[in-house]
Design a protein around this ligand. Structure first.
Ligand SMILES: [Zn+2]
Ligand SMILES: [Zn+2]
Length: 378
């Protein structure tokens, strides 16, 4: 998509100065102080702790709760997340979510996606925050977020955002500095370093997570899965999965995927703080993966003389896979329902379970055969 903007961008000087100075301070003053005077453990403990708190607030709150409504949260948790969002200094939850919804709706579109990766690393990382391309498309009427405009916690945070945000970013390092008698250390580590580090890690999700990584679930957009980014951003790096299934409260969908936000949301649901967690079924996920592989193989074999023959083979295997997939999940559903309702005789439950397990084995065999064939070509 190469639609270009006509109007001249207007620079946002306050952002240029703020991001520029804080970045320079983080890469020069922070190491210089360390070499010159050394740091105390408590400064880094607070710096890292505050970074984790604010980035979790962005991931769990701004992103999964408010932008995507992937679960519901108790007001106490919402207040905590809104507070963490002030510390993160990434604008209000309403503003952030409105931008993010635009990003998902028109991902990679040069004009409609506010941080489109199709315009390159620099623009998607930070360039979009430094200039206003003012031809009405970035109008901040929040029309795409009427639900958030009805949320009193979101609206309170939005109304007082800059006061709260600047306030906590100054007050917290200051109070820590006074409490520990480490004024400059706390200012540099819990203030400057923490803020710059968390800013750029979040920005990497808009830039690097659309450039670097794999695309197992969809190739319709540039979003990618990347384990390095997942570790650095509390689970946000499984961005290809996320763009395919944005309403899932998980970004790392397998149990072993590093996704602390998912673990928090799940764990808090056991004590009723979070509820109505939305999760896509295994069936849909498996199907998306198979479909992506099929399309990849199709593209790669299109130029071969026997392309048609290969495609036929791939299609046959794929169709068998999909039909076995729906069989196995229908059987699983039946068995689980029988177990839950306890309406059936136990031998019937047992039969349903055995049937499910047999179908699952068939599916696994078909999946192995499908992968063997598809990966030859994809
Ligand atoms: Zn994205
Ligand atoms: Zn998202």
């Amino acid at each position: 998509m190469s639609e270009q903007t006509n109007s001249k961008p207007e620079f946002i000087w306050i952002n240029i100065i703020f991001f520029g100075l804080s970045f320079i301070a983080a890469i020069i003053l922070v190491p210089w102080y360390g070499f010159e005077y050394g740091y105390h453990f408590s400064s880094w403990a607070w710096g890292i702790g505050l970074w984790l708190f604010s980035s979790t607030s962005i991931s769990m709150g701004y992103h999964r709760l408010w932008s995507h409504k992937a679960y519901e949260a108790h007001p106490v948790l919402k207040v905590i997340l809104a507070f963490g969002g002030c510390l993160a200094l990434q604008n209000s939850a309403l503003h952030w979510s409105s931008d993010h919804r635009k990003h998902h709706k028109d991902v990679d579109h040069d004009v409609l996606d506010p941080y489109s990766a199709s315009r390159g690393f620099w623009h998607s990382h930070i360039g979009w925050l430094l200039k206003r391309e003012d031809n009405g498309r970035y109008d901040q009427d929040y029309k795409n977020s009427p639900d958030l405009q009805r949320d009193p916690i979101v609206m309170f945070q939005h109304k007082y955002y800059w006061l709260l945000s600047v306030g906590v970013n100054v007050a917290i390092p200051l109070l820590l500095g006074l409490a520990y008698g480490l004024f400059w250390e706390m200012l540099l580590v819990a203030g400057v370093w923490r803020l710059v580090w968390s800013h750029h890690l979040t920005f990497f999700i808009n830039s690097l997570a659309h450039i670097w990584g794999t695309r197992p679930y969809t190739e319709e957009n540039s979003a990618r899965d990347n384990i390095v980014l997942a570790v650095l951003t509390g689970g946000e790096g499984y961005h290809n999965y996320h763009h395919k299934f944005q309403y899932d409260y998980r970004n790392g969908v397998r149990w072993w995927h590093f996704d602390p936000s998912k673990w928090w949301i799940k764990a808090l649901s056991w004590i009723g703080i979070t509820k109505n967690l939305k999760a896509v079924s295994v069936e849909k996920i498996e199907k998306a993966k198979a479909e992506t592989l099929l399309l990849k193989a199709k593209e790669k074999t299109a130029h071969l003389a026997n392309a048609e023959e290969i495609m036929q083979k791939l299609h046959d295997e794929y169709e068998q896979l999909v039909s076995k997939l729906s069989e196995v999940y229908a059987a699983q559903k039946q068995w689980l329902e029988a177990k839950k309702n306890k309406l059936l005789e136990s031998y019937e439950q047992l039969n349903l379970r055995q049937e499910y397990e047999q179908l699952k084995k068939n599916f696994e065999l078909q999946k192995a055969s499908w992968l063997q064939l598809a990966k030859q070509y994809a």
